[in-house]
Design a protein around this ligand. Structure first.
Ligand code: ZN
Length: 244
């Protein structure tokens, strides 16, 4: 609710009505969408949720996890943050919701897949090459989780894309530092999926752990899989936390 809507408190006022299009959408959900899926929602309440996939995605408004995956209610356990970053397991990033969600999704919900989804034109990745506003203390520290993916070059569009993809792999590596994740990946109970979504093409590029390349989903043979192998770039550089 914006200050204007709060000040008038009058739903009949035309400016307030247009400012509260969210209310219109809430009512539309109840009247249009919910009746079509009512039984599904009620089953999910009666039986509890059993999502198959933990989806860690960037908060960017152009990234659409449900549309990309065709998922319906109850399928995705969803975490979004700036950059689709994974904090370290050791708790060195304090009380972090993404770390807690990973532990909950794996230990309690027993998901079989973990997706890390970055995307083209990612503001978080671009910010790795720029000054962060002085007041943004939390953002600056948060971006540290992507710094090992940054390249020592001028951030051309190609360099930014490479950085976006390297950042996805970096987060997969950090996921493997979570003991409950590593154990299940090694045992074949969890598959890891590193995705780079190119907004303007509608194409998700899938990280292939065998080749170390991102492959367009339209020609890929799988959507990503474990177990994890070190990521070696075209130039032979090995990307890891220890050897950025
Ligand atoms: Zn982003």
């Amino acid at each position: 609710m914006g200050p204007r809507g709060g000040a008038t408190g009058n739903d009949c006022d035309s400016s307030a009505a247009s400012a509260d299009d969210l209310l219109v959408r809430l009512r539309s959900f109840k009247s249009d969408y919910f009746p079509l899926h009512q039984q599904r929602f009620q089953d999910l309440v009666a039986d509890g949720q059993h999502p198959t996939t933990l989806f860690i995605g960037c908060s960017d408004s152009r990234l659409l996890p449900y549309l990309l995956t065709g998922a319906g209610p109850g399928e995705l356990f969803l975490v979004r943050n700036v950059g689709a970053f994974v904090p370290p397991y050791d708790g060195s990033y304090g009380h972090h919701g993404t770390a807690a969600a990973i532990e909950f999704a794996v230990l309690s919900l027993q998901v079989g897949r973990i997706v890390v989804c970055g995307h083209s034109h990612c503001g978080a990745i671009k910010a790795l090459y720029e000054e962060v506003p002085a007041e943004a203390n939390n953002l600056r520290r948060w971006l540290d989780l992507g710094r090992d993916a940054a390249l020592p070059v001028v951030p051309t569009p190609d360099a930014l894309r490479r950085t976006e993809q390297r950042a996805v792999v970096l987060q997969l590596e950090r996921l493997m530092d979570y003991p409950m994740v590593r154990r299940r990946v090694v045992d074949g109970q969890i598959s890891l999926h590193g995705w780079h979504y190119v907004i303007e093409d509608g194409e998700v590029h899938v990280f292939d752990v065998e080749s170390g390349h991102f492959v367009a989903a339209s020609v890929a043979t799988h959507s990503g899989t474990g177990p994890y192998h070190p990521y070696v770039e075209h130039d032979g550089q090995v990307l890891s936390d220890e050897n950025p």
